[in-house]
Design a protein around this ligand. Sequence first.
Ligand code: GCU
Length: 845
Amino acid sequence: MRIALLLFASFGLTTAEDGLAGWLRYAPVPEASSYHENIPSLVVPLNATEGLPVFTAAREIVDGINGMYSKSINVASARTHDDDPTITIGTISAYTKECGCLSDLPELIDDGYYIGILGSDVLILGQNERGVLYGAFHYLERLAQGDIPSTSFASNPHAPIRWVNQWDNLQDGGTHGSVERGYGGDSIFFWDGKVRDDLTRAGQYARLLASIGLNAVVVNNVNANETIMTEENMDGLAKIANEFRPYGIQLGLSLNFASPELLGDLDTFDPLDEDVIQWWQDATDRLYKRIPDMAGYLVKANSEGQQGPLTYNRTLADGANLFAHALQPHGGIIMFRAFVYDHENLNETLDWKADRANAAVEFFNGLDTAFEDNVVVQIKNGPIDFQVREPVSPLFAHLQTTASAIELQVTQEYLGQQCHLVYLAPMWKEVLDFDLRVNSEASAVSQIISGKRFSNTLGGSAGVVNVGLNSTWLGSHLAMTNLYAYGKLAWDPSANSVEMLQDWIRMTFSHDQEVIDVVTKMSMQSWPAYEDYSGNLGIQTLTDILLGHYGPNPGSQDGNPWGQWTRADADSIGMDRTVWNGTENAGQYPEEVYKMYENIETTPDNLLLWFHHVPYTHVLKSGKTVIQHFYDAHYRGSAVAQTFVSLWESLKDKIDPERYEHVLFRLVYQAGHSLVWRDSINTFYFNKSSIPDEAGRVGNHPYRIEAENMELEEYEPYLVSPFEAASGSHCIVTSDNATEGTAWARLGVETGTYNIAVNYYDQAIGNSTWKLFLDDDMVGDWKGDLEYTIGRAPSPYIDGQTAARITFRDVHVKEGSILRIVGTPDGKEPAPVDYVSILPMNVVD
Ligand code: GCU
């Protein structure tokens, strides 16, 4: 007899392949029916309260099994007496109460789960409700792989803090809730300075995050607006928390340190002032009244214009403890950021010893024992700012009594802004596995942040994710591997990069082996390729650090107080961070690591220029000179990026058209932009060093026709800044903003089939259009609307950020034909063109 069938509204899974469901599509697995016998047909949730995780877990199991195995599964409030195989789910305490004790249950900590396989029955038990949901998602994930668990196992999280940070603004001048360094559209939480009425996406986001073991989201920007704490916004935040709660996701909040003055009516925000202390206590109490399960706060203080305790000559610990005390009665945590530095007074020219990389250890010096127990210092993985390669932050070795968490960036701020495929798990794993050798003992970063190395109860990870309203969440389908892997690594840093990726591919795209192989190949090559065509040997990403952090601009690194210096001159390059002659940053590392970095012989090549200043002719361990390594790496990396297009195209019949086209568009763009990177960086350093490329490639482009050398009508040459962002330093722009321009040239190539590439600039100040003709035939036309379609930071300038390429493939060209480009300006965008390449098959230039 079946007892009280529970009714669960299912999610109504989306059929459009627009990315919204992420990896939780619950698409049919191959040969699903052959597994039917091994999958129970009943779910019994033991302590399911609507709106809480056990209830959600039951619903996910029903939807998942229905979707993946076309098997309907019932839900009952108790076990049936017939022989229906059953999935029983609940917390350990509910199970013990209802069904007695399990003698051989492994020890579970908070959020941990146990999946018991008892003949044809399945038991999914959690240490708490959240653990039940994690167990259910894990079980479903195995089913999604076509891998029905046949043995019991338990899993515990590596660390208690597995948070997401969203850098969402409440508004952005107008009504939008924009996302700082977000490339997937407007905020899913905020609009017009307030919390959105429709928070559907907040719930869907929580579902994705819970499925990979994450447990909290800080919903607003670290550059926090004090109005987040108005009564109205507190009410709104409670609504977000309500959307999160069914998934066990807790809400966290970024605070503006100066709020008592900016929002309250105090004339100070001194953390030791009695009124300030009371102000924060009251505000915190009001928040917790609305959101009793709130996770806590995140604070960016005394950094990049944010106020903090140093304003009043108080210590960072005084600042952090202010919030710690307010949170203690409620069991909340304060994540206090280590990203503290003075971006106004660093002086590269005058001070060889100045170094932003030293800031965190210096600012936290002497404070290790000064923080309250509910303070966790949140440390970016490297000492500067999410560059393509950085050593591990030395601060991880200095905070021992104080708990720490690692901050990783899922949003690819310096790593191609989701317009370049860069799978980050291999990079994160290098960081997590790095052994700092504190006191000459094993001290992997992963062991420090878990709290195990220094016996701290708190610790973990914070991932800056920055999803937006775009249905793909991050702006790119493939970028979701990074969110997926971030969650998996926060739960278990020993997870394997390829295995995580392939699990994700099966759930997101297909079980087809070719799809798995191709996406794996592209993804695993992507970080090395990006490093190759951006910044090598630890010189940082070499992107434009003054504007959008996108596209090449090596000159922008130096000569300003932002401290992302390269100290490149005509003869030499690199930051001397040695103790004997440099900024002494190497000395911030524990002895064994310090010795490795101090000595040029033992510094790995990939961090050489991070720690040492050397001539361009310095010979690397590979036998190449630094400059030749730059040239070769840029050619190699951009060549790899070209292959992503054809690799993806080989999957045309195996991927739904919606996602196939979306991904293809980005990969084509990346292939073009990787050449912009290659040429800009190589030209810049060739110009600086005057050392030619041994292979004769740099500055030598036999297939190109420079636009400024064509016959021009209503188009005129324009000197691009920085010069290296244009082939031959110049592009052409229309003579005014209203008149169509024409550029033409007679082609000297032999008659045959060619690819024709046009490099142009797509600024965010208009939507110019271009037409390309061969004699009287139009080869193609295009529009400068990338600012709407690609998601990277918009820019009004003609530079490496806006440079783009379009390629027309397999074009029949006759010797002596006239090639003509007609550009129509729009708004303030003057239809800029850099060059045209007439490329024989298999040549890229
Ligand atoms: C980077 C980023 C900023 C951000 C800051 C931070 O500098 O460009 O947008 O505010 O990091 O992490 O606080």
